[in-house]
Design a protein around this ligand. Structure first.
Ligand code: MSP
Length: 671
């Protein structure tokens, strides 16, 4: 192996601390970890970065719901990120939080730099925004998606404000050229086509990169009314943690450009369009690759906390151990495409691949060396090509196959190659039948050769598994009696025959105990969320079919039908337009906000239970519809006179007050 290999910088997305992480986030991080570990083991200096994306309106609202400050809210959840990564044996070198001082300083410097350069400019903006995704969508994009957010299928809301814009259109032609000239930049290749055809070639609008309707973000330091758009803030984590634009940019100089950003396919757009354009504007190199992996889906739907269908990795690891879960996440799904999470497959894999194929192979090999050679690895003296060549070439080629797969960011294929060798070894035992050889002393040397080959293959397998099964490889080495680190290095498995004869094997526990499928399936099914908990699942577009139009939320609601009424009944309602003049918290109430409404000359106090969805500033100046003749009612010690009409979906996940399409005078009747 060469001594000096290129530094390797791999990143995961920085996850939103809006809720605890689930198996989908774990999938991405474990696969990135395997890459980082593999590169370290093959002599690269590695920086592996993960972190938390802590700003934005979604987090601000969640914190409000929880009755704590946004900082307290994220601090608490980020603690859980750290313990999950510890549990999963994640070997990150850095953990970035977008509320860290160095990050905020970096974002502000970049913003100012691009503003001074003219690549960020101030203008007025009116657009449709999806708060959960923190994304604006153009009319064309919304037309395509049937009016809902093209990413998540949820309703968008109109937002108008004076904002700063990134001059995306200026750089788009350069980016198109770059993508065409660098076929490895966006992987898998289908995602590159998607970006070109769906976004870049139809033409990009400049991107709004500041918000002034909420506070929880990095302030624009020269115009504090604005906070920087959360995605502009977030992608800069990849530079801020390396010290870019700081007094100590040693890591930046060593590791930039990133070798690969691993991201889920739904955020590849930000990473292959917005991010590269920011980098072009900064005049620094683009990451070498952005890899968009597929989703873990359950019953055809992407697993996501807000869809109520997530699996908790902690529960799985507590029950089956970290390596069983790492193995499942690393081997079962083709990294670039969606994969169905299925409990039965999980248990079957543990039983057949780990307990049977791998675990039994090791225990049989060690047991036979103990039984026939007093526990010492015998010498290989008698080569029988028809038999030995069923495993030797595969063992010698393994390191190269793992390398190819890892360079292509296909950990599942690397594991597939390792397990192919394991299965060949099991067949080799059947073909050579050591127990038959053992019956005749004349076959002793041949028996020794068979067992040597098996032990050496186990060493090679143990080394190759190091990036993937962090706990299992050391157990394999311990049972084979290997203490010399040179025999566990990746370098050492390009050669067959390094395990010294005479090494003393040590019998140990089964690597993976077999699991009772029926019992475990009952346990696992009980962990899955019940149907009624799957609050938003119907808003989710089907996985792996980006062209499918997401169903509008309201179309799916099964609301009870009310009896028909006559016009006279309807006419009893005095519905009026009212302008929100002021809004304040109601002490001790978790749900209520107190509104002062202007009904055209008349001011009213109206309480509304919408605190979970809106802050006190959100509706100021907006026109709403009120039931003006509703009898006054005292709530939380305050008299409310009227009711603000809102639309909401079945689980009350989305809620929006009714308003008018154009500016209308307060007090007008609604009929
Ligand atoms: N904060 C942004 C990312 C900013 S990166 C500069 C974000 N965060 S997130 O918490 O929503 O995490 C999204 C990522 O988590 C996905 O891109 C993907 O890597 C991972 N996954 C979340 N759900 C997943 C599945 N169901 N399946 C596989 N990966 C999943 O977006």
């Amino acid at each position: 192996m060469e001594n000096k290999k290129a530094p390797y910088y791999v990143t995961t997305p920085i996850y939103y601390p809006s809720a605890n992480l689930h198996i989908g986030h774990t999938y991405c991080t474990v696969n990135s970890d395997a890459l980082a570990r593999y590169k370290r083991l093959t002599g690269h200096e590695v920086y592996f970065l993960t972190g938390a994306d802590e700003h934005g309106q979604k987090i601000e609202r969640k914190a409000e719901e929880a009755g704590v400050t946004p900082q307290q809210f994220v601090d608490d959840i980020v603690k859980g990120f750290h313990s999950l990564w510890e549990l999963m044996d994640i070997s990150h070198d850095g953990f970035v939080r977008t509320t860290d001082d160095y990050h905020i300083a970096c974002v502000q410097k970049v913003f100012k730099k691009l503003y001074e350069k003219g690549d960020i400019y101030k203008s007025s903006y009116k657009g449709m925004y999806c708060t959960p995704c923190e994304s604006f969508w153009t009319d064309t994009q919304l037309k395509e998606s049937g009016g809902v957010c093209p990413d998540c299928g949820r309703p968008v809301e109109e937002v108008q404000e004076e904002s700063y814009f990134l001059n995306v259109s200026k750089y788009a032609p350069r980016l198109i050229e770059y993508i065409n000239e660098h076929p490895d930049f966006i992987q898998p290749p289908s995602r590159a086509k998607e970006m070109l055809n769906n976004f870049l070639l139809p033409g990009l609008e400049d991107l709004c990169v500041s918000r002034s309707t909420f506070k929880w973000g990095v302030p624009v330091d020269f115009d504090e009314k604005h906070v920087i758009y959360v995605w502009f803030d977030a992608v800069l984590n990849y530079l801020s943690k390396l010290g870019y634009l700081s007094d100590n940019d040693e890591l930046y100089r060593k590791f930039w450009p990133a070798s690969v950003h691993i991201v889920g396919k739904e955020i590849i757009r930000f990473h292959t369009i917005v991010w590269p354009i920011m980098l072009m504007a900064l005049d620094i190199p683009l990451p070498k690759q952005v890899y968009g992996h597929g989703w873990l889906v359950l019953d055809g739907k992407r697993m996501a906390k807000s869809f109520g269908n997530v699996v908790d990795p902690v529960k799985l690891v507590e029950r089956y151990g970290v390596d069983a879960i790492r193995y499942f996440l690393l081997s079962e799904f083709q990294f670039g495409t969606d994969g169905n999470f299925n409990n039965e497959i999980l248990i079957t894999r543990i039983n057949s691949d780990l307990a049977n194929d791998l675990g039994n192979l090791l225990s049989r090999t060690v047991a036979m060396i103990e039984k026939y050679f007093g526990g010492e690895v015998p010498e290989a003296k008698v080569y029988v090509p028809e038999e030995d060549d069923t495993i030797l070439p595969a063992a010698k080629a393994l390191a190269g196959k793992v390398e190819d797969a890892m360079n292509a960011v296909h950990p599942n294929e690397a594991l597939g190659e390792i397990f192919k060798l394991i299965r060949l070894c099991n067949k080799y035992i059947d073909i050579t039948a050591p127990w038959v050889l053992a019956k005749d002393e004349a076959n002793k040397d041949r028996l020794g050769t068979v067992l040597y080959n098996l032990a050496e293959c186990m060493r090679i397998v143990g080394v190759a598994l190091r990036p993937f099964l962090t706990r299992t490889s050391p157990k394999i080495f311990a049972q084979l009696g290997i203490t010399d680190e040179r025999l566990t290095s990746f370098d050492s498995i390009t050669e067959f025959g390094l395990l010294p004869a005479g090494t003393k094997v040590v019998k140990g526990d089964a690597l993976f105990p077999r699991i009772d499928i029926k019992k475990e399936l009952e346990y696992l099914e009980a962990l899955l969320p019940k149907a009624e908990e799957k609050a938003e699942e119907k808003a989710e577009p089907k996985a792996e079919k980006p062209e499918a139009k997401p169903a509008p939320v309201q179309a799916e609601q099964a609301e009870e039908k009310l009896p028909e009424i006559g016009y006279d009944d309807f006419a009893k309602l005095d519905l009026r337009l009212a302008k929100v003049v002021a809004c304040e918290e109601v002490p001790k109430s978790k749900k209520l906000l107190k509104f002062t409404l202007d009904l055209g000359g008349e001011q009213r106090t109206v309480l509304s239970g919408i605190k979970n969805w809106f802050g006190t500033d959100d509706l100021i100046g907006k026109t709403v519809v009120v039931v003006a003749n509703l009898a006054p009612k005292v709530m939380a010690g305050i008299e409310s006179h009227g009711m603000i009409l809102c639309a909401s979906d079945a689980g009350d996940v989305h809620l929006s007050p009714l308003t008018t399409m154009s500016e209308m005078q307060s007090g007008l009747k609604v009929r």
